[in-house]
Design a binder for this molecule. Structure first.
Ligand code: SF4
Length: 476
């Protein structure tokens, strides 16, 4: 099972070369006659496995030799000089994630409906993606080659799912034996070699909470500042997670956890000078407790994990409202909006699929519906109400239940096309906005496979994917 699970990953890592997908006009790459589909196999005699290797092998080098495999199988060598900072003008294929060999109790893959998009079943455990995008790895199925690579190429920081420092508990959560769950040596080796680590705990009631959580956080904090921060996020179970070993997170559980962790946070601020251990926003929202202040989060070390997103949003929004003056003509004579100067005359983030006419149609009125997840809706509504007061707009926030995943899932980012479609009859106004994050970054498609154009075709008004920039752009 273990060998089978890691073999494809090793093959992937050893695939020779990286494929060029794009060559910018008038760039050094074009001058070297490199073309899309060429594969750069070696740089100065050293093998290249992916674009991170390419970046590493070329950094600071002015005299270079590329070994390039052409699509017809011919291998050529190109020798050239370049200025140290000269860009190659090359785009490369994406890194294909290496897969994990764990069987975590709470794995999100087990919470997917059978017909979910295949990419939702990818169990990635990839130190490259951890470095590049903050994806978490457990380190349990990370090989020696990869460990060496992290250190040699300074792939720092790394984001590590620790879950528990008690070995028995960790092994139980990861669904592997204790030998595989034990990452002490790997962890220490990274720290000894100056690789920074951001740790994550997926909090599962009755498994790694209470005294277990305290031990984990203390063990991690003992390595501060090499372990930079720890994020504690609640396990989110969909209606497809039926494993009886898992207990759902309740408001009472969240309350208790906040109290317990607050004590540690106070202690860490005293001894380390930083909060160090951060609870996910969802824990505060579920408990009905206001999220901590801006200062609590420092530089938001794990914001992408849903830790401090709410505070960051509210802070940005408040700054924006304090700074921006409403256009003099936002409410024109007789209370009518001047369509040339009203903030909604230009709508940003027009999606592929939404025409400029549809954006223009949405502009000028400021009357529309903003769809978001149930968890974030009250927070967004509070801010949007202030925005409406200041700008004379009529934006309505509508909370969209997540019926696709169901269970505890209420975050905006996991809303699907069919969830958004289900509230179609409740929208008001001349346009509807949806969270931009619900759409895949490189393709206009939702998690359930529905395409953006299909959703748009089923709404009678323009559908506009937005993020917070929506507000900053229209009020600037
Ligand atoms: S490491 Fe991540 S992807 Fe792998 S089983 Fe655990 S939760 Fe799933």
């Amino acid at each position: 099972m273990y060998e089978f699970a890691v073999t494809p990953a090793i093959t992937q890592l050893r695939r020779p070369g990286v494929i060029i997908t794009e060559v910018t006009a008038d760039s050094l790459g074009e001058e070297l006659e490199l073309e899309p589909h060429d594969r750069i196999v070696r740089v100065n005699g050293r093998p290249v496995r992916d674009y991170l290797d390419f970046r590493f092998q070329t950094a600071g080098e002015t005299e270079l030799t590329f070994q390039v495999k052409k699509p017809d199988g011919e291998t050529i060598e190109i020798e050239f000089d370049r200025d140290e900072s000269e860009d190659f003008g090359l785009m490369f294929e994406q890194i294909v994630p290496r897969q994990c060999a764990n069987e975590c109790l709470f794995c999100f893959c087990k919470g997917n409906p059978d017909d979910a998009r295949p990419s939702l079943f990818v169990r990635d455990e990839d130190i490259r993606l951890s470095f590049l995008y903050g994806n978490y790895t457990t380190l349990s199925s990370v090989t020696d080659d990869e460990m060496n690579r992290i250190i040699e190429q300074r792939l720092s920081p790394q984001y590590v799912s620790v879950h528990a420092t008690d070995l028995k508990t960790r092994a139980y959560l990861l669904g592997v034996d204790e030998k595989r769950a034990d990452i002490f040596d790997k962890f220490q080796r990274l720290l000894d070699n100056g690789i920074e680590i951001h740790a994550q705990v997926v909090l599962c009631p009755e498994i790694n909470d209470g005294a277990q959580l305290e031990k984990t956080l203390r063990d991690l904090a003992a390595n501060y500042p090499k372990v930079v921060s720890a994020a504690i996020v609640p396990v989110a179970l969909t209606r497809y997670n039926t494993d009886e070993r898992l207990t759902r997170v309740t408001p009472e559980f969240c309350h208790r956890t906040i109290k317990e962790v607050e004590k540690l946070q106070k202690e860490f601020r005293k001894t380390l000078g930083v909060t160090f251990a951060f609870l996910g926003d969802e824990i505060y929202i579920k408990a009905g407790v206001e999220v901590p202040s801006r200062r609590h989060y420092g530089n938001y070390p794990q914001i992408e994990d849903g830790v401090g997103m709410v505070r960051s949003f509210v802070t940005k929004f408040e700054k924006l409202l304090a700074k921006a003056e409403p256009p003099a003509s936002a409410s024109g004579r007789n209370g009518r909006h001047d369509e040339r100067t009203h903030p909604f005359a230009v709508l940003p983030n027009a999606p592929s699929g939404a025409t400029s006419e549809s954006s223009a149609a949405a502009g000028g009125t400021g009357f529309g519906t903003m769809l978001t997840g149930e968890m974030f809706a009250p927070i967004l509504r509070e801010q949007v109400d202030k925005f409406n007061l200041k700008y004379g707009t009529r934006l309505h926030v509508l909370a969209v239940p997540n019926t696709y995943f169901g269970g505890d899932v209420s975050v905006a980012g996991l809303l699907t096309g069919q969830d958004l479609l289900a509230v179609r009859d409740q929208i008001v106004g001349d346009f509807v906005t949806i969270p931009k994050i619900t759409i895949k970054s490189d393709e206009p498609i939702f998690l359930d496979g529905m395409r953006f154009e299909e959703l748009q075709s089923k709404f009678a008004v323009p559908v506009i994917p937005v993020d917070i920039d929506f507000f900053s752009e229209i009020s600037s």
